[in-house]
Every structure is written in structure tokens, then in C-alpha cells.
Design a protein around this ligand. Structure first.
Ligand SMILES: Cc1cc2nc3c(=O)[nH]c(=O)nc-3n(C[C@H](O)[C@H](O)[C@H](O)COP(=O)(O)OP(=O)(O)OC[C@H]3O[C@@H](n4cnc5c(N)ncnc54)[C@H](O)[C@@H]3O)c2cc1C
Length: 394
């Protein structure tokens, strides 16, 4: 394999290109915008920083945030202090940094719109700048909005979230997350170096864009966030179901999907940057070894169990109740009552505690109420039914 064309120069495409160029391949990255302010919170969790330390260790402007305020739909509030901070970038800066790395590794980066691809021939073809060109392999990293791989099905409404928001010229030191009644999604305010990214995400199958706009307007008014003259955005975000992760094709004989195009986003939190970068890196490594078939197995080992777990519990988390009150409200209340639970939530939020090893951490450290609450949300056996009998008082 020598020539690889990458459609999309966001985090997934740029990371993949960097790996491949370093391994000596000829790589062309096509992006219609290059580095741009993609609608996004821009928050990178500890697992991203741990995996890619250059995200912290560089001169590009970024905001390091250690505290989060969670607000329930009934306005209960709890503050989390995170041991590991969230690193927040403007997407223009982040994309620019990743594309600079890809260029330094040897990628040719073009500002062009790819109109279509054809993977039916032995050498895949793509249409750009008025002509059809061939490559040895096509990497499709064009995000969630564009379905350009004919051999993979488009994402359906219940596999997508709608987002709306503003870039507001105002600053803050902590992240705010607000839950809403009977709403599959949340409102966020992410502080960046010189502005806030304030937005809302909600299941496309369950909510209309008018509903999202109403909730967001109420939030910015209540929190005195001045949106007059602020840039408004809306975009889609994958929200994979279990079937998305198990059945949808992400690899063909001469093409592969990475990042949002592959729907690798945590459906509970909307985190996608880490999965975009990691999937780009893994595809790059598998192609560099000449074994693209390893890609899906490596993704499974690296993170898809996490996403499957989140896909299983997301509805119960946003729609469920515990002891007659919404799960999200109980979560905020328990954070105020239990320091251990608060620490646990801080670790989950900052990305230093994954979902799949949560079960091991729970028993023996949490109070009975907290254990029962978590068992109910995660659909685990109650603490008392577990072999070691579980929960100590907190
Ligand atoms: C409102 C919002 C808030 C979010 N907040 C966070 C957050 O705080 N933290 C987090 O981890 N994740 C967040 N995400 C998710 C995150 O933005 C994505 O998971 C991530 O950007 C995926 O990277 P990607 O490279 O796969 O796709 P993208 O970043 O979407 O990049 C795709 C690129 O392809 C280019 N492109 C598309 N079509 C073509 C074409 N035909 N020809 C040429 N170029 C093309 C585009 O210009 C774009 O640059 C958020 C998403 C949204 C919508």
C-alpha cells in the first residue's frame, strides 16, 4: 500500500494521516474547511490526555478546568473538583494543531470538498476538484453529517443527537452541566481561553429543534449569559445504539470509517474527540502494518466495550427514576451527601474512571444508598446479592 486518501481533516483524519505518513506512506488529506471552529465543546478528558500527552504539553492556547457544577432539572446543585482536569480547546486551535502535526509527518493537506467516493473498483476512487482520482485505500473521516461510504448504511434518527449552541465572548473557570425534565440530553457551558461554548444536545428521535432552542434560551437567560451578537451553531452528533456498534460496517476491502463517521461517540456524555483520535491512530497503525483487518479488533479492545456499556444504560440514565425521582436528580443529591460518590463522579466525568471497571470499584467503598442507586442505573445486581455482600456505610 502506498497512496492513501483521507476525506476529512478533523481529529480522526489528521491523527490517521500522521500515523501513516510517519510509516512512510504517501498521504493526501482533503478537508473543505481545514482548521475551523467546528460546533463543539472542545473538552478533552483525562483518558485523551493520558493517551496523547502532547494535548497538554504544547504551546497552543487551551483552558485547564478542574471544577464542574452539575444542576438537576429541579435546580439542585453539586460541585465536583476533579483530580484530573478537563483540557478545553477552541476547535480551530485543536484541528490546526493536529493538521500541523500531520503536515510535519509528511501528509499533503488540501482545502477541497470531496464530492463522492467509489469503492466498488479494486482501487478506490474519489471525486475532488472536478476529477476522479484513485488511491490504494480510502479513509472516510468526514464526520457525522456526511454519508459518503455507499457500503455502510447512514445513521438513523435514533442514532443521532441534535445540538445547538453559541460561542459567547465571556469567560468562566468551571464547567456547568444542566439536566432537564424528561429530556435525553443536557445543556453545557464549557469555558475556553477567551469565550464560552454553551450548548444543548438531545436525542433526535425524541426531541425537536424548537424544544432544544426553548430549553437553551431559558438557560442562557437564567444564567445571564449574553448571547446577543454571539455566533449561533447547530450540528449533529452520533449517539450510537448497541446495534450501531455491533452491526454497522466500518471497514471494507479498500476503505474504513473513523471517528464520528464510524459513530464512535459516548452516547451518555457526547464525548467524541478521544474516540476520533484513538480510532484514527489505530486505523493508521493497522494500515501501516499492512493489516487493515486488525483495525476493528483493536478498536474493540481499546474502547468499543465502553461505548456499548453506555449505549445500554443511556435511556435509564436520562429517563429513569430512583425512589420516585429522576436518576439525574438523585445523582446530584447523592453527590452532596457522599464524598466518596462525589469523588467517583469526578473521576467518571474527567475520564479517569471507565464504565467497565466501575463494578469492581463500587462494592465495599460506597454507602448502601449509593450502591443501590448505582446498581439500579447500571442494571447490576443489588449490592446485597453480590458474593462479598458489598457496601459499607460512607
Ligand atoms: C455541539 C457539539 C459539542 C461537542 N462537544 C464535545 C466535547 O466537548 N468533547 C468531545 O470529546 N467531543 C465533543 N463533541 C464531539 C466531537 O466534536 C466529535 O466527536 C469530533 O469532532 C469527531 O472528529 P472527526 O474527525 O471524526 O469528525 P469532525 O471533527 O466532524 O471532522 C470532519 C471533517 O471532515 C470535513 N469534511 C466533511 N465532509 C467533507 C467532504 N465531503 N470533503 C472534504 N472535507 C469534508 C469537515 O470539514 C471536518 O473538518 C461535540 C460535538 C458537537 C456537535
Amino acid at each position: 500500500m502506498s497512496e492513501i486518501a483521507i476525506v476529512g481533516g478533523g481529529p480522526s483524519g489528521a491523527m490517521c494521516g500522521e500515523q501513516l505518513a510517519r510509516a512512510g506512506h504517501q498521504v493526501h488529506i482533503f478537508d473543505e474547511h481545514l482548521a475551523w471552529e467546528k460546533p463543539c465543546g472542545g473538552g478533552l478528558t483525562h483518558k485523551a490526555v493520558h493517551c496523547f500527552p502532547f494535548l497538554l504539553d504544547n504551546p497552543y492556547p487551551k483552558k485547564i478546568v478542574r471544577s464542574v457544577e452539575l444542576i438537576s432539572s429541579e435546580d439542585h446543585r453539586a460541585n465536583l473538583e476533579m483530580t484530573h482536569p478537563i483540557v478545553i480547546y477552541s476547535r480551530k486551535v485543536l484541528n490546526g494543531m493536529l493538521l500541523d502535526r500531520a503536515k510535519s509527518a509528511g501528509c499533503k493537506v488540501h482545502q477541497s470538498h470531496v464530492l463522492g467516493v467509489d469503492t466498488s473498483t479494486a482501487k478506490p476512487r474519489y471525486s475532488v476538484d472536478g476529477e476522479w482520482r484513485t488511491a490504494d485505500f480510502l479513509v472516510l473521516a468526514a464526520g457525522a453529517r456526511n454519508q459518503i461510504a455507499a457500503e455502510s448504511r447512514p445513521l438513523e434518527r435514533d442514532e443521532l443527537e441534535m445540538t445547538q449552541g453559541y460561542f459567547v465572548p465571556q469567560t468562566a473557570d468551571s464547567i456547568t452541566i444542566k439536566f432537564l425534565p424528561h429530556f435525553e440530553g443536557y445543556i453545557w457551558s464549557f469555558p475556553r481561553c477567551d469565550h464560552l461554548s454553551v450548548g444543548i444536545c438531545g436525542s433526535m428521535a425524541s426531541h425537536t429543534s424548537a424544544q432544544l432552542r426553548t430549553h437553551l434560551t431559558a438557560f442562557v437567560e437564567k444564567h445571564a449569559i449574553a448571547t446577543e451578537g454571539a455566533k449561533f451553531y447547530s450540528h449533529v452528533l452520533p449517539s450510537p445504539q448497541e446495534r450501531t456498534l455491533s452491526d454497522r460496517a466500518v471497514l471494507g476491502k479498500n476503505w474504513a470509517l473513523v471517528g464520528d463517521a464510524a459513530a464512535w461517540v459516548d452516547p451518555l456524555t457526547g464525548e467524541g474527540l478521544f474516540y476520533a483520535m484513538r480510532s484514527g491512530e489505530l486505523l493508521g497503525k493497522s494500515l501501516a502494518e499492512g493489516c487493515p483487518e486488525k483495525y476493528t479488533a483493536w478498536v474493540k479492545a481499546a474502547f468499543s466495550c465502553e461505548l456499548e456499556f453506555a449505549a445500554r444504560i443511556v435511556r435509564r440514565f436520562y429517563r429513569g427514576s430512583f425512589l420516585g425521582t429522576a436518576v439525574t436528580t438523585r445523582m446530584v443529591q447523592l453527590m452532596n451527601r457522599s464524598a466518596v460518590f462525589r469523588q467517583l463522579m469526578g473521576d467518571i466525568f474527567s475520564g479517569s474512571q471507565d464504565y467497565t471497571s466501575l463494578k469492581r470499584r463500587l462494592w465495599g467503598h460506597l454507602g448502601v444508598n449509593v450502591s443501590e442507586f448505582i446498581s439500579s442505573v447500571l442494571n447490576l445486581p443489588a449490592a446485597a446479592e453480590l458474593p462479598r455482600g458489598g457496601a459499607a456505610a460512607d
